[in-house]
Write a protein that binds this ligand. Structure first.
Ligand SMILES: NC(=O)c1ccc[n+]([C@@H]2O[C@H](COP(=O)([O-])OP(=O)(O)OC[C@H]3O[C@@H](n4cnc5c(N)ncnc54)[C@H](O)[C@@H]3O)[C@@H](O)[C@H]2O)c1
Length: 392
């Protein structure tokens, strides 16, 4: 079939296998270019391994440090008539590249929140790896079924305490307009913490430790976004921010519970960029289009792979970590420093429907958005008849 992007609102409902492979290959090239990275992980479990920051983590571990990787993701396989999801094709491409480089790679496709998937992962680690010495937790999901109660919780993206009126950009209608977001109820805050908080990260670490598959000195990290004043009302101090605060509690709990294994747990704060998860958050497309403009002009623009390379090289396996008062690794300084934020704030105040495309880098945002699904990538023939049936 000939595969062209089918964009519906903030999501693209199909993906291009050759484009996804090209984008995985580009990230691998970036990591290989960094040369010898020195001491690093050997056996890595990446929970949320197929797109965004998790995929970049898997690529860095495998192609930067030669690590064996076990991935966990939730992706849809293709059929003769419908393409698979981007994460499906990314994973297939990662497996092909890993095999060519003689690197172990296995992926479990299923619900990471379930006990069954955790058991499967443990069995796979026991059979193939013995133990893991790095666990990356990079899930972004709108819902979670709690395996203990069987109840399904849904997350919401709402302010906390009071309503919030702000500018936003509607990517569908190409319109800058004001939006008022009503505050979340206590239930909505609780449910969002159940989905995106630290409970499941903790359950993974407990299950892995109980099964004896965590190596002594194992490192683990979960990803967060902290941001600054412009995004606090809808992110940092909103429902999702409350869930992310719970990661700090979970990190301390993981360290406390697994002192015998000397587990090192950190939350890592990364910069805002276009991923399937962030494009669903109101205000973020506008904010990210503006930071792309400012940070490209400053020469500080980074994507997933540059951020994660820095995280491994400086923080997880380097001796120049930037740690904050809550023991978090901070990789977001180039975005959140006062000078950069002041420039973004000035553009934010000025932006209107009329000047949006000149003041912002929406073209860059849109390109990155399409690229997430394997589209708009140089060198890929989008008129070619393409077989969607790719497996791994
Ligand atoms: N995108 C940003 O701007 C940004 C910034 C800082 C931190 N983060 C954080 O990084 C983490 C990853 O986000 P992302 O933007 O890379 O998201 P993403 O949507 O690109 O990736 C999410 C991953 O989770 C997997 N997944 C989702 N539900 C699952 C389930 N039930 N079982 C198994 N796998 C499942 C997906 O398959 C995918 O691999 C999140 O915690 C997010 O909050 C994102």
């Amino acid at each position: 079939m000939v595969i062209k992007p089918k964009v519906r609102g903030f999501i693209c409902t199909n993906a291009h296998p050759a484009g996804c492979a090209a984008s995985v290959a580009e990230q691998i090239r970036y990591i290989k270019k960094q040369g010898d990275l020195g001491k690093g992980p050997k056996n890595v479990l990446v929970i949320g391994s197929s797109t965004g920051y998790g995929l970049a983590s898997r690529i860095t571990a495998a192609f930067g440090y030669g690590a064996k990787t076990l991935g966990v993701c939730f992706e849809k396989a293709p059929t003769e008539r419908k393409t698979g999801t981007a994460g499906w094709y990314n994973t297939a491409a990662f497996h092909r590249e890993a095999a060519e480089s003689g690197l172990y790679a296995q992926t479990l496709n299923g619900d990471a929140f379930s006990d069954e998937l955790k058991d499967e992962a443990i069995a796979k680690i026991k059979a193939d790896l013995g133990q893991v010495d790095l666990v990356i937790y990079s899930l972004a999901s709108p819902r979670r079924t709690d395996p203990v109660s069987g109840e399904t919780f849904k997350s919401t993206l709402k302010p906390v305490g009071q309503s919030y009126t702000t500018k936003t950009y509607d990517t569908d209608k190409d319109k800058v307009h004001d939006v008022t977001l009503e505050p979340a109820s206590d239930d909505e805050i609780y449910n969002t913490i159940k989905v995106m908080g630290g409970e499941d990260w903790e359950r993974w670490m407990d299950a892995l430790a109980d099964a004896g598959v965590l190596a002594e000195g194992c490192k683990t990290t979960a990803y967060t976004y902290i941001g600054k004043a412009l995004t606090w009302p809808i992110y940092g101090q909103a429902t999702i921010g409350k869930a992310k605060e719970d990661l700090d509690r979970a990190a301390a709990a993981i360290i406390g519970k697994h002192t015998d294994l000397l587990v090192e747990a950190h939350v890592s704060s990364l910069k805002a960029l276009v991923t399937q998860a962030s494009s669903a958050i109101p205000v973020m497309p506008l904010y990210i289009s503006l930071i792309y403009k400012v940070m490209k002009e400053e020469g500080t623009h980074e994507g997933c792979i540059e951020q994660i390379y820095g995280l491994f090289n400086q923080c997880l396996y380097g001796d120049t970590p930037t740690l904050d008062e809550a023991n978090r690794f901070r990789m977001d300084g180039k975005e959140t420093n006062d000078a950069t934020q002041a420039k973004i704030q000035a553009l934010w105040d000025e932006v209107t429907q009329e000047n949006f495309h000149t003041l912002s880098d929406y073209a860059g945002y849109h390109h990155e958005f399409l690229k997430l699904f394997g589209f708009d990538i140089e060198g890929v023939d989008y008129d070619a008849d393409t077989d969607p049936m790719v497996s791994w």
